[in-house]
Ligand binder design. Structure first.
Ligand code: NAD
Ligand code: TYD
Length: 353
């Protein structure tokens, strides 16, 4: 195929050096030979050049990285101009619930104000599509047997989920007031390669590999829909291609797993004893259950490809095979956070194993 720059689409992926963003960039560069991708990322503790290392080499003709903050209007507008961006996909966010409990202001700055700056750019440069990556956490704690539907009320329980809800509402307002062609996906908990080990699944896997305790909050009976990250990436792509502007789509496996069962599955796969599970004091405001109805995105022709068993198996295997990636991270800043966050929280609780 002859290279014709005018036939190419220019796509700005913000937060592309993080967990889901980097998986999406790798997936999208393979899936769309007519896309040029510019990643705009602030490289916070969660943004990692190692997540993009193979991509930078394999796709150097149509892949660029810009270091910058989505809340910085000048950087955002300059990147839009320089790269003549047609589509914005916003993954950039502060993402960890526990950190949002101690530093909520940073979450508001990126997840609400940063989203506003990107929407201003989308409006000014008349993009073909602005796609917002959101989360099922915006629906809050969901009593059984309900599954959240896209038009349910937003009731974020943590500063993280409240900030993400603020971002979603701003996107919908820019659609309604200014006609910006916005779509939103609300994904459930992702698992897979390159996830920063503050999140529960990579934390438990890497601790278990080193025979360290798995710090389980409360009684471990909280339910999460753990989906494989590439299923989520495919769903995002389908919504960008076939979704209707102004609409929101849930993406998840549709199956919930208790945290205690997720921990046991990891230990089983690694051949480690359940006695590594260490109950600790619960997270303040901890949502007991998230569950989403995925019929709307299914109607676009997408479906999850991995069961929980397949997703957790692939994920465990990746961390076993890629110690080079996570051993570097689990030092320095991470260890300080770990000590600060987990010290002295052990409780004596008989878990129903
Ligand atoms: P992550 O924390 O691994 O990565 C976030 C990325 O955004 C990092 O590269 C970071 O450097 C960058 N970033 C942070 N603040 C920035 C700023 N102000 N300007 C530019 N870049 C900035 O997050 P993730 O788990 O990959 O999540 C990505 C998106 O998906 C987020 O919007 C999150 O809310 C959403 N989401 C995550 C999950 C999950 O399970 N991880 C589930 C549903 C939705
Ligand atoms: P997490 O990965 O932080 O994602 P989220 O809170 O955004 O869903 O946590 C997933 C679940 O695991 C959540 O119910 C909290 C629980 N959890 C623990 O039990 N121990 C931990 O050390 C962490 C980080 C989370």
């Amino acid at each position: 195929m002859r290279y014709n720059p005018r036939a190419m689409k220019s796509v700005m992926v913000t937060g592309g050096a993080g967990f889901i963003g980097s998986n999406y960039v790798r997936f999208a560069l393979e899936r769309h030979p007519d896309w040029r991708i510019v990643v705009l990322d602030k490289f916070t503790y969660a943004g990692n050049p190692d997540n993009l290392k193979d991509i930078a080499e394999r796709f150097k003709d149509r892949f660029t990285v810009v270091r910058g903050d989505i809340a910085d209007r000048e950087v955002v507008f300059e990147t839009m101009r320089m790269h003549r961006v047609d589509i914005i996909i916003n993954f950039a966010a502060d993402t960890h619930v526990d950190r949002s409990l101690t530093e909520p202001g940073q979450f508001i700055l990126t997840d609400v104000y940063g989203t506003y700056v990107l929407l201003e750019a989308a409006r000014e440069f008349k993009v073909e599509r602005y796609h917002q990556i959101s989360t099922d956490e915006v629906y809050g704690d969901i009593p059984e047997p309900h599954r959240s539907r896209e038009d349910d009320r937003l009731r974020g329980s943590s500063p993280y989920s409240a900030s993400k809800a603020g971002g979603d509402l701003m996107c919908l307002a820019y659609h309604r007031s200014f006609g910006v062609p916005v779509t939103i996906t609300r994904g459930t908990n992702n698992i897979g390669p390159y996830q920063y080990p503050e999140k529960v699944v990579p934390l438990f896997i890497t601790n278990a590999i080193d025979n360290l305790p798995l710090p389980l909050y409360g009684d471990g009976k909280q339910m999460r829909d753990y989906q494989y990250v590439l299923d989520h990436c495919e769903g995002i792509d389908v919504v960008i291609e076939r979704g209707v502007p102004g609409e929101v789509y849930n993406i998840g496996s549709g199956v919930e797993t208790r945290n205690i069962d997720m921990a046991r599955a990891i230990l089983d796969l690694l051949g480690k004893p359940y006695t590594l599970i260490q109950p600790i004091t619960d997270r303040p405001g901890h949502d007991r259950r998230y569950a989403v109805d995925i019929s709307k995105v299914r109607a676009l022709g997408w479906q999850p490809r991995h069961t929980f068993a397949q997703a957790i198996e692939k994920t465990v295997r990746w961390y076993v095979d890629n110690e080079w990636w996570w051993r570097k991270i689990k030092s320095g800043e991470f260890m300080e956070y770990y000590k600060r966050h987990y010290s002295g929280r052990e409780v004596n609780l008989q878990l129903e194993l």
